[in-house]
Write a protein that binds this ligand. Sequence first.
Ligand SMILES: [Ca+2]
Ligand SMILES: [Ca+2]
Ligand SMILES: [Ca+2]
Ligand SMILES: [Ca+2]
Length: 501
Amino acid sequence: MMMTALLGTALVWAAPAAPPFPQNVLVNQDKLRIRQGETTQAVDPADPQRRVAAWINYGPGDTVTIGTALTTDGGQRWRSQTVPNPPGLQYAADPVLAVDSRGTFYLTTLGYNLTGGFFADESMFLYRSVDGGKTFALINDLTIYASPDKEWIAADPVTGALHLVWSGNLPGVGSGIFYRTSLDGGTTFSAPVLLSDPRYYQSIYSVVSIGPGGELYVTWFDFGLSNAIWLDRSLDGGRTWLSRDIALERRLHYAEPPDINPGGPANAVDRSNGPYRGRLYVVYPDARFGSIDILLRYSDDRGDTWSDPVRVNDDAPGNGAAQFLPWINVDDAGAVHVTFLDRRGAADNLSFAVTLATSTDGGASFGPNIRASDRLLPYNPSADFLGDYNQMIVAGTSIHPIWSDSRRGDTDIFTQAVPLADFDSDGILNDGDGDGQYADHRCTGGLTAGCDDNCPGIQNARQEDADGDLVGDACDNCPTAPNTDQSDLDRDDIGDACDAG
Ligand SMILES: [Ca+2]
Ligand SMILES: [Ca+2]
Ligand SMILES: [Ca+2]
Ligand SMILES: [Ca+2]
């Protein structure tokens, strides 16, 4: 009884609107004071506390290298190191991590030199870690066609097969998407298969994911003739592929402002035992609504047909704020999590936050977006390279966004654990009424139990909602004028419903 009374008092007097993430976690130790960017992660399936991250180091000296870091405590503390470049190569790029069911980590990278300002010796490599992510050894040179770029790798969680895709130049074809598989832990790979249609030879940003039945899905952009997002798939472990690729987005509104790279499409499959098992999702940057947004489409028939696009970010359409570098994962309950960099709160239109958007209805809609970065992050387009992708993962009971920002002067790698059930850890669950849907029955009228957090990204244990619009005072941009949509077209943090200016 005494304990209950004390706890109750503490909750009543808790400071309002406390930011849930006071300090993002620095991943790279940065002893060399050089820039880092472009992030990837993998988690040991047998130990969710053990995760590996990797990125590009702009250094040491006149080299570019790959850095990796290992955490064994779920991401509180990291130990980072530099992976030696392959012999004779000054520069490395495009790190991608994968892990198999036995906890063997794999790292693919690109390597190159510069000769008279031109790319030379462009090549692609595979490293392996058999000590749980502590060290990586170069085990294979995967270079086979000229100009490999933007490779991706994934391991089948059941069979351990490695699936590699990349952009390469086949003579007479141009840049196409290729595929190889390894059934022996990366020692040998199958002969390459051209997945993309040779008519569409500006194909890049391929990503491979693996469905619950071992089906393989590869998506990519063609910036050329088709200006589309394409899908190829294999239902027999990579032996045969569609005779004709599927264009899942033919009306792509790709925009690339001078100051950022919005990134490419990412995909994920629901491997859960939830109601949307087997559903395939693709997210991508697209400017059809006036500024760059993150859009999502899904397919229930292995990619034959696709839903209309859903806007993932929940700021006002056409407000001029860019969202970019999206990543997507589906958790063990079938909830869909998308992270991206986000300028909605940036008056300078340069700085950005890291945003998480979650759907618990299979991608039909997304709930209130939350901020995972502890602040708005500075950005200098002439000095900072954030990367072409940021590979968020779900591990254990948390979502783990990862990104690069220059809060410390030069860019460094940061991460933040976001608890799956209660994003802001204020004791009010995202789905407090337990109906399986996030933020669909939000607390109001003084209720704090049996209802969903009305401000899921800011701690507000009392769930005050003065105007009863289901948006808690702690995050309501018009706390006394009902505006459930929170529309704020001029981005001054005062909602349109109460903004006189
Ligand atoms: Ca909460
Ligand atoms: Ca609910
Ligand atoms: Ca809250
Ligand atoms: Ca309100």
